[in-house]
Design a protein around this ligand. Structure first.
Ligand code: PRP
Length: 186
């Protein structure tokens, strides 16, 4: 029998900050909260590529009310430029959102510059409501006074990878949220 394929990471075995089981349980809770808040209505989940893709796909399946989704993408000039406030839309919504209940879905709320920009942009299209769901929140890093209505986990200022989040586009497929580099956990 072939040996089981080992999921090897490089650097090897980054420490797990939030396990796949903890993520799954919290996502179910967030879905139930959204169902309660929007009972009898429908919701359009708007994912911010690429980091939010995995969270959105799990969150959508934890929601029972009528649910559709769309995606936007913003420029990725690197955090230096992003911190100057230079956020640019590079993929717009595919469909109109006027009169719709919108939840912007993000993997991580950090400085808040991305979500502030996107909230301003989406509000111009006159949605019925606009909320934010962020799997992770780093409140210590905030430059813009923005809060998410739905937060999975509030975390300290670690650089994290996995469950959609990357380092140089790698590690998005790790099932757990891990600290990078591994010795940063010491
Ligand atoms: C990350 C994350 C958010 C943004 C949050 O995106 O997905 O979009 O940064 O940071 P902020 O609150 O400081 O604006 P990233 O640029 O890493 O792109 P990605 O989603 O493609 O990984």
């Amino acid at each position: 029998m072939a040996a089981p394929v080992r999921h090897t990471y490089s650097p090897a075995h980054p420490p797990v900050l939030i396990s796949r089981d903890a993520i799954a349980a919290r996502v179910v809770e967030l879905g139930a909260q959204i169902d309660r808040d929007l009972a009898g209505e429908s919701v359009l989940l708007v994912g911010v590529l690429k980091g939010a893709a995995i969270f959105l796909s799990d969150l959508a399946r934890a929601i029972s009310i009528q649910c559709t989704f769309d995606f936007v993408a913003v420029s990725s000039y690197g955090k230096g430029t992003r911190s100057s406030g230079a956020v640019k839309l590079i993929k717009d919504l595919d469909h109109p959102i006027e009169g719709r209940n919108i939840i912007l879905v993000e993997d991580i709320l950090d400085t808040g510059l991305t979500l502030s920009f996107l909230k301003r942009m989406l509000m111009q299209h006159r949605p019925r409501s606009l909320r934010v769901a962020a799997l992770l929140d780093k409140p210590d890093r905030r430059l813009e006074p923005i809060q998410a209505e739905y937060v999975g986990f509030s975390i300290p200022n670690h650089f994290v990878i996995g469950y959609g989040m990357d380092y140089a586009e790698r590690f998005r497929n790790l099932p757990d949220i891990c600290i990078f580099p591994p010795d940063a956990a010491d």
